[in-house]
Each structure stands twice: as structure tokens, then as C-alpha cells.
Design a protein around this ligand. Structure first.
Ligand code: ATP
Ligand code: ATP
Length: 154
């Protein structure tokens, strides 16, 4: 029955690594921080249809924040007066920043619940140095990806 399926799904999450549920960076729709927000960009955002859009600076593996599609519905956002960075700093959405591909999906599920966010950036650390400055994004994972995994199991 359904409850049994759910329980099995939850248990299998413990073994399932983020690597297997995430969306790879090359498939992620992102925006560059310094890009001017104009009509064309807003249409592009709505065209893709994603609710959450990572913002990168320079290289795509350097994700520095997040914008929501709905942020672009704010007055004047398509006037060409603002950059993506302006919108990002104004709206300030929280997200997971230090999820790694070897993390268990179950742990990330609990992290999302605790922190109340729906998206995390999956990073890999340059193992020649310690932590943060060299963290490079390799993908994203959303609550949807994890729940999908949970209910797919039989
Ligand atoms: P919501 O359902 O809350 O409106 P959404 O449809 O934009 O959000 P999710 O439901 O969180 O996105 O995720 C659906 C799938 O799309 C997941 O596999 C997720 O990894 C992927 N995804 C989410 N955002 C992006 C994005 N900006 N670019 C590419 N893939 C994305
Ligand atoms: P996500 O979909 O990534 O979880 P969100 O849509 O819940 O984000 P954000 O805009 O990221 O909301 O807001 C950050 C925090 O503010 C979240 O913890 C959320 O629970 C809370 N929040 C969002 N909208 C409201 C609201 N209308 N009233 C009270 N709290 C809110």
C-alpha cells in the first residue's frame, strides 16, 4: 500500500546519494550577475518556467545567489536600470550552499525541512585546499528531486 511504498522510499533515501538525484550544471538555467535586466531577459525567464534561478558570476560554476522568476514581476524590473545582482540582493532568497554529491539525500531532505528552503547548490571542493573559496558548483538539487526519488521506489 501507499504507506509502505513511502516508508521504503524514505529508507532508500538514506542510501541514495545526491549525485544520483541532482540536475547537472550544464542543464541548469542560470543568469549572470552583471547582466542588465530588460524585456528580453524577463521573457527568457518566464519562457523557461523555473521558479528558482541560480545567479553566477563570471564562470558558471561560481554560483553566488538565487533569484525567483516571480522577482521579475516587481515594478520597474524590466526597465534596463537594474542588473540581475540588484534583484538578487534586493530579494535575498535562502538556499543550500554546501551540499556535496556524496551527501545522503535523506540528510539533505532534513536540511531542507529544517532550513525551509527548496533548492541547494551541489558543490565539489578542490581537494588541494581546505573548503569554501574553491567550492565549485556541479549542479543543483531541489526538494522536488528528492520527493520524486522517495515516491518512485517500489
Ligand atoms: P516549483 O514546482 O516550486 O514551481 P520548479 O518547477 O521551477 O519549481 P522544481 O519543482 O523545484 O522546479 O524542480 C523540478 C525539476 O527542475 C528538478 O529536477 C530540478 O532540479 C529542476 N530545476 C529546478 N530549477 C531549475 C533551473 N533553474 N534550471 C534547470 N533545472 C531546474
Ligand atoms: P522556497 O520556495 O525556496 O522555500 P519561499 O517561497 O518559501 O522559498 P522565500 O521568498 O525564499 O520563500 O522566503 C524566505 C522565508 O520566508 C521562508 O522561510 C518562508 O517560509 C518565509 N516566507 C515566505 N513567504 C512568506 C509569507 N507570505 N509569510 C510569512 N513567511 C513567508
Amino acid at each position: 500500500d501507499r504507506e509502505k511504498i513511502m516508508m521504503t522510499g524514505v529508507l532508500s533515501l538514506k542510501a541514495k546519494k545526491i549525485r544520483g538525484v541532482m540536475t547537472n550544471l550544464e542543464d541548469v538555467f542560470m543568469l549572470e550577475a552583471n547582466r542588465i535586466v530588460d524585456d528580453e531577459l524577463v521573457l527568457n525567464v518566464y519562457g523557461y518556467g523555473y521558479s528558482r534561478i541560480p545567479v553566477y558570476e563570471g564562470q558558471k560554476n561560481n554560483i553566488i545567489g538565487l533569484v525567483y522568476a516571480r522577482d521579475f514581476a516587481l515594478p520597474d524590473t524590466d526597465s534596463g536600470k537594474f542588473t540581475v545582482r540588484n534583484i538578487m540582493n534586493f530579494c535575498k532568497h535562502r538556499y543550500g550552499t554546501s551540499i556535496t554529491p556524496d551527501d545522503s539525500s535523506y540528510d539533505v531532505f532534513n536540511l531542507f525541512k529544517k532550513e525551509q528552503y527548496h533548492l541547494g547548490v551541489v558543490v565539489e571542493y578542490d581537494n588541494t585546499s581546505e573548503k569554501d573559496p574553491r567550492a565549485k558548483a556541479i549542479g543543483i538539487v531541489t526538494l522536488e528531486d528528492i520527493i520524486e526519488e522517495m515516491i518512485q521506489e517500489e
